[in-house]
Design a protein around this ligand. Sequence first.
Ligand SMILES: CC(C)(COP(=O)(O)OP(=O)(O)OC[C@H]1O[C@@H](n2cnc3c(N)ncnc32)[C@H](O)[C@@H]1OP(=O)(O)O)[C@@H](O)C(=O)NCCC(=O)NCCS
Length: 172
Amino acid sequence: MTAEAKIIPLDSVAPELIEQLLDRAFEPERRKRTAYKVREGMDWLPALSFAALDDNDMLVGTIQCWPVALTDPEGRAHPMIMVGPVAVLPEVQNVGYGKALMAATLASLSPDAPLPQVMIGDAEYYGRFWGFGNEHTSGWTLPGPWEPHRLLVRCDNPAVLPKAGKLGPWRG
Ligand SMILES: CC(C)(COP(=O)(O)OP(=O)(O)OC[C@H]1O[C@@H](n2cnc3c(N)ncnc32)[C@H](O)[C@@H]1OP(=O)(O)O)[C@@H](O)C(=O)NCCC(=O)NCCS
């Protein structure tokens, strides 16, 4: 079955509804995840963050993107976009909402200067459909525990990616 997703800007959704949905899609301890530390203190980017509604205009999924940076060993900060969480309510997973949310975000990236997109997620899903991969992230570190094969990046020109660095919030 494929659902018809209505995609709307996330900033048109009440913040408490977004939090309720994330609580249902993830475990209650979600805020302790390393991904939260990578983007600590940042606000999500409204132009790249979306919500999915079902046929009855009920909220069923969200995607958020954040300004982060990979700081290389010389101290240079390379801006990147952190994608996620991507969250779909358990009872309506696997009917296309996740793909619709990812498509909305990726289509909204600046075509002139798309920043590399980084995420912690399943390479099987984000690689298969969107070209994310872990080939370029083995020298990167995070401010907390992580599974290296789940640290993914997507970039038009991987040659620009630093081989080593630490991911954290974008400090401007
Ligand atoms: C991961 C998630 C966002 C995918 O969204 P979804 O709406 O359920 O998935 P879609 O309907 O867009 O895509 C379905 C396809 O992806 C595959 N797929 C879904 N989740 C997958 C995963 N974690 N790994 C590999 N493949 C996956 C399905 O098998 C299906 O494949 P098919 O088209 O060959 O049948 C959603 O399941 C979810 O919110 N999970 C819990 C939270 C989470 O883990 N988020 C990701 C980390 S930020």
